[in-house]
Design a protein around this ligand. Structure first.
Ligand code: HCA
Ligand code: CU
Length: 385
């Protein structure tokens, strides 16, 4: 079956573009233990822009330092929009204006628990605050995104009313977040579809990874009509974070065939830089950028990879800046052992390779050795389709 069902759904039409807003500088800094210096913030913004994301989010209201960084990053004149994030309050919009922002984002909790217990406001007050913030930002010439925080747990009727009210106030985008990561993909699709059927404002989805469903939920939101997803490098963010830029970028490029201009080969470096800045190691099993993402171990896998890596690689490693590695040890099998012998200059027979494989198993020492397998050592390379 063609995994590219999104493109199929377009009946041969070119796939639609799925935009990426990267929030490493806003949501990412909400990850426990993460705090960037201004130099690092500027470097990250520059790298994200070079990589090709559509929008970069940063919050100037957090500290004077952040305000300075926001001002400087806006001044760089990057291709990506710089979205200045704050609460749905005139004073936060003023901070964005003061930084020279062209885009601002305002968020307001609209679930019962957020309105009653966090904000201590009524529905009418929430509605008033939302409309006032949008009108205020628009009257100052800003493009404005409004975030219905905790919208996935809010009363659907109230969500629709809110969307109509902010649409009428001139909002440019609406962000639909699953703030505490409790949606299933089907539920997220219904949530986004309901808003899609109510207003024609462009929609963002922002999904949290509390149960590991963040990327699946964002994609369900895209399938239901949102055109922009939120990511951070390595998925860092409040608690367990949001979708990782690397995973989202590869999915939209390779599975959705979205016509972005993403330099996927920069993904591993982006991730490495964040690892260096945060001091938080990238888990080796992390999709796309982890060191194990392109390691091959079992004998049957090695045998296939040595002839054609496409057998076990959905995307070639160089496409995302990663590296293919083979692991030798007790699982290697005859072909793996034969390859190892040939690398060592041993012109082993079939029987000798079998004996070495059997010896590796008898040793019971697990994995003994890892080594890169560049394309030049692959025996038959089928060009990437
Ligand atoms: C927050 C909440 C937020 C906002 C998302 C958005 C969420 O931490 O301020 O503005 O799109 O998860 O609801 O991150
Ligand atoms: Cu969030």
């Amino acid at each position: 079956m063609d995994p590219n069902i999104h493109a199929e759904a377009h009946n041969g039409q070119p796939a639609q573009k799925i935009r990426i807003l990267d929030s490493t500088l806003r949501e990412g800094e909400q990850h426990p233990g993460v705090s960037f210096t201004n130099k690092q913030r500027i470097q990250i913004a520059w790298e994200l822009d070079s990589f090709g994301v559509d929008q970069i989010e940063i919050s100037p209201v957090v500290s004077p330092d952040h305000r300075e960084a926001t001002r400087t990053i806006i001044g760089l004149g990057l291709e990506a929009d710089i979205v200045s994030h704050g609460r749905a309050l005139r004073q936060d919009v003023d901070v964005s204006i003061d930084c020279g922002a062209k885009w601002c984002a305002a968020y307001l909790g609209i679930s019962e628990v957020h309105m009653a217990d966090k904000l201590r406001i009524t529905r009418d007050e929430a509605m008033e605050r939302a409309v006032d913030t949008v009108q205020y930002a628009k009257s100052h010439g800003l493009k404005v995104r409004f975030t219905l925080e905790d919208g996935s747990r809010a009363d659907p009727e109230f969500v629709r009313k809110m969307c109509v009210a902010i649409r009428d106030a001139g909002v440019d985008r609406i962000s639909l977040p699953d703030t505490v990561g409790v949606m299933r993909p089907a539920g997220m699709a219904r949530f986004v579809g309901m808003v899609r059927d109510t207003v024609d404002t462009p929609l963002d989805v922002h999904t949290h990874n509390d149960m590991g469903l963040a990327l699946a939920n964002s994609l369900a939101g895209v399938d239901a009509g949102a055109d922009q997803i939120h990511t951070t490098i390595d998925g860092i963010g409040e608690r367990t974070g949001i979708p990782s830029l690397a995973e989202a970028a590869v999915v939209i490029a390779r599975l959705y065939k979205s016509p972005n201009r993403l330099k996927l080969y920069q993904l591993r470096d982006l991730s490495k830089h964040i690892e260096m800045y945060t001091g938080i190691p990238i888990p080796e099993s992390k999709p796309v950028v982890g060191s194990s993402a392109y390691k091959h171990k079992a004998g049957t896998h090695l045998a296939a990879i040595l002839r054609n890596p496409a057998a076990y690689e959905p995307v070639p490693p160089d496409v995302v800046g990663n590296r293919r590695t083979i692991v030798f040890g007790e699982l290697s099998g005859k072909t793996g052992a034969g390859h190892l012998m040939s690398i060592l200059g041993l012109d082993g027979s079939d029987q000798q390779a079998r004996d070495v494989a059997a010896g590796l198993k008898r040793l019971r020492m697990g994995d003994l050795l890892e080594m890169p397998l560049p394309d030049s050592l692959v025996q038959r390379i089928t060009p990437d389709e």
